[in-house]
Design a protein around this ligand. Structure first.
Ligand code: T6T
Length: 324
């Protein structure tokens, strides 16, 4: 009798608490009372056209599906800067997080903690080496992108001469795969040789210095593959400073407004554009599926395209945005 009475009291308290939580906005779902209608996007870095375009795609899709999407970005592309942003997002208990991990291993523990807090984890663009944490990963086929860059650069340099790779930060899954794909593909051109990979720390000014130093040591440099936006923008500036425009061919990943200007001016000969808006939208689709208990797709690959000056007008839909 006593036991039954206590059970009734406890049940009453639980109902009241549930009503209170539900009244505080959003459905209560998942474990730990996470807000099943709220998705947070954590890009690699703030104010960068690749991630802005991703955010635009994610926001549009979230609005279509009836979800609230917030974006919280670190000020630097760095695990040390991204981890506290992730921790404060986790404390707010969203239903799902779309994250672009800034390091394939250093972000594993913080993201695992988010998963253990009952939050659905979706990787957008970059990914962790540990594939057991995220439910889904959406990105370009980056290794193939590196191969495409090598074939494009080979054509531009007449299949011969020394070429350099400027990469961002070691441990970034996407750009490491691009550099690897490039280096592998260059081996199939016997008269081309790679001078290896140098890192610009995702800082355009460092890419400029790398170009200046490489031209001093290798005046016969034939071409450069820049694995992302910062390395390509910085490499273009290095070639401009050295008056090597058009003589040293440059192929860069991404299509920021500045990179598009460089293509138009002939500073860059080809851009490999990705589909960041599509990555964001598909990320939201996967998060929504996970939150609604529907099947998710573990790996999704999005489009890439090599754009040259000759076909840039026809391909302007692939150019990245600086605002939505
Ligand atoms: O190239 C993109 C992205 O795919 C990569 O993972 C990091 O750099 C960018 O955001 C461009 O800056």
């Amino acid at each position: 009798m006593r036991v039954a009475k206590r059970t009734a009291v406890v049940f009453g308290v639980m109902v009241a608490a549930g009503a209170l939580l539900a009244g505080c906005g959003g459905k209560v779902g998942g474990s730990g009372g996470n807000d099943a209608k709220k998705i947070v996007l954590i890009p690699g870095v703030a104010n960068e056209p690749f991630y802005i375009s991703m955010q635009c795609g994610a926001q549009e899709e979230a609005a279509k599906l009836g979800y609230k999407l917030d974006t919280q970005a670190p000020t630097q592309f760095d695990a040390g800067a991204q981890t506290p942003v992730l921790s404060s997002v986790v404390a707010n208990k969203p239903g799902a997080i779309l994250i672009a991990p800034t390091h394939a291993t250093a972000m594993a523990n913080p993201i695992k903690q988010a998963k253990d807090a009952g939050i659905k984890i979706i990787e957008v663009d970059t990914a962790l080496g540990d594939t057991s944490i995220a439910l889904s990963s959406i990105s370009s086929d980056n290794k193939k992108g590196g191969q495409l860059a090598a074939q494009t650069l080979a054509k531009l340099v007449g299949n011969k001469g020394p070429v350099l790779v400027i990469n961002t930060k070691a441990g970034t899954s996407t750009t490491d795969a691009r550099a690897q794909g490039f280096e592998d593909a260059v081996k199939s051109f016997p008269e081309m040789s790679s001078l290896g990979v140098q890192y610009n720390n995702n800082d355009a000014a460092q890419a400029t210095s790398i170009v200046t130093a490489t031209l001093a040591a290798h005046p016969d440099l034939a071409g450069i593959f820049a694995t992302n936006l910062s390395s390509a923008e910085g490499a273009a500036a290095g070639l401009r400073n050295a008056n090597k425009l058009g003589q040293v061919k440059l192929v860069g990943f991404d299509a920021s407004p500045k990179q598009v200007e460089d293509l138009k001016a002939g500073t860059v000969q080809a851009l490999i554009a990705q589909d960041p808006g599509g990555i964001g939208a598909k990320g939201v689709d996967q998060a929504a599926a996970a939150l609604e208990g529907k099947p998710v797709t573990r790996t999704i690959q999005t489009d890439m395209i090599a754009i040259t000056q000759a076909d840039m007008d026809a391909n302007s839909k692939y150019f990245y945005k600086s605002k939505c």
